[in-house]
Design a protein around this ligand. Sequence first.
Ligand code: MD3
Ligand code: FE
Length: 199
Amino acid sequence: MRHFPGFLDQTTQEKLVEDLRDLVEKAPLFTPVMPRIGKPFSVRMTNLGALGWVSDKAGYRYQAAHPVTGKPWPAFPESLLVIWDMVSHYPHPPEACLVNYYTGSAKMGLHQDRDEEDFAAPVVSISLGDTAVFRVGGIARGGKTQSFKLASGDVVVLDGASRLAFHGIDRVIAGTSTLLKSGGRINLTLRRVTKPAVS
Ligand code: MD3
Ligand code: FE
């Protein structure tokens, strides 16, 4: 993986948070539940772009409509497309931006991102707000893992061998950023979902 600490300056981070406030009014945060068992995630989510990632009792998938409002997801703000162009090294635009919102003791268990058709496309992650303790392992479950901190303004690009690495968020450290007035952490992951017709 490629980690760019402090990639986004304070002004860019503030502008992104402002954009996200408008977008979350149109596409409210929802609480996904685990497939089959229906256990709620501790992280709340929404999406931007043509396709959004959702999880409910039926499973994980990408879909064009918000699961609660039934409306299409809001379009990507230009600022996110610019970041993708700067770091992805991938010649097609992203189709999905999953917005994860962590408050209190929210965390995310170790998992792989494998609901996309095209693993040749990277996943680009942007962190905003409080610092997270992030864990990453290899491509097999149960292997060795390492932990890193992800701070506000950090960008991580998951490509090549890291694209299918197991990863998760152990915890968020309250009081480490003043970017979000009520604290907590936002993570944006920009993803290509479908295989481009011609590469
Ligand atoms: C992908 N989000 O939404 S992003 C997710 O901070 C997710 O909210 C985390 O995992 C978050 O699916 C982590 C950064 C990340 C880091 C390493 C990865 C994504 C990765 C390694 C492989 C694939
Ligand atoms: Fe993930």
